[in-house]
Design a protein around this ligand. Sequence first.
Ligand code: NCD
Length: 334
Amino acid sequence: MTTDTGRDQQRDAAGRLRHLLTLEGLSRDEILGLLELSETFVRAPGEPPARGTTLAGRTVANLFFEPSTRTRVSFELAAARLGADVVNLEMQSSSRVKGESVLDTIYTLQAMAVDVFVLRDAEPGLPAWIARHTAPHVRVLNAGEAHLSHPTQGLLDALTIRQRFADSSRLVVTVVGDVRHSRVARSAWQALRTLGVAEFRLVGPRELMPEATELPGARRCATLAEGLAGADVVMALRIQRERMAEARIPDAASYHKEYGITAQSLALAQPGALVMHPGPMNRGVEISEEVADGPQSVIQQQVANGVAVRMAVLAYLLNRADDASGAPRGRRAG
Ligand code: NCD
């Protein structure tokens, strides 16, 4: 299995998006197009959710080799609300031998006319690899790949920010926490850089900062105070203990003191700055209870936007008049 990001591979011969493996290489117009389509699926809280029939007759399989609540459920709801049949498979990574058995699963599902594979995996490379082995009409969506990429999360974060700030050119966005292990931070950076934010700042313990060559152009701040000063958007991240061989972090209490988003630290940001978190949250560690549930928090809005974005991505990739949807189903690619 190679570990390419799938940047080029996600396009068909005509250069159109066929899969969504990464936000790398997407143009500003493509990202804006996806966000505008997502907006059409957004409803006010308490209103009935958007529904449609775009995916009627299609089958979506969610294959998650890592635990997930919100991402998996939101893909499931997104597909179902557009009329697709949905199957969910929670897979045990331990039963995987060099990826071989995954491919057997994929071919089995493909033979049952599954059109879309939504994949989450702890190791890099699986989405691109599966995309290379499926039939031409099949679509692959990356729902979280190691620490590298989580494209629909990047889109939902960009959407949440745009709903408040239509003009991104003067925006300061600060990501606080375990950036090193965060696919959320990387995909957010890919989306927001393409949309043209003024500054993207990173703050966290030195051990949890990414390699110097990663997230080129992002500003690394030495302290939380420096990172938050004048920020319009503050995104807190969970410490991804599952991606560390050994604990490289101080205990929860000292971490909270130094890097926690609290009423006190948030006061350094712009008044009314947006507070974001991809979930799952550790209240009292990277974010205080008060801020997580406070008036500046858009965390629930992110969750709601997640369904809208996933509906948009599914509709965009599958609803093309000129795609290969007429191709024989269940055909086994070479
Ligand atoms: C994140 C993920 O899985 O990358 N969660 C999510 O998709 N909403 C972040 C995390 O697990 O901390």
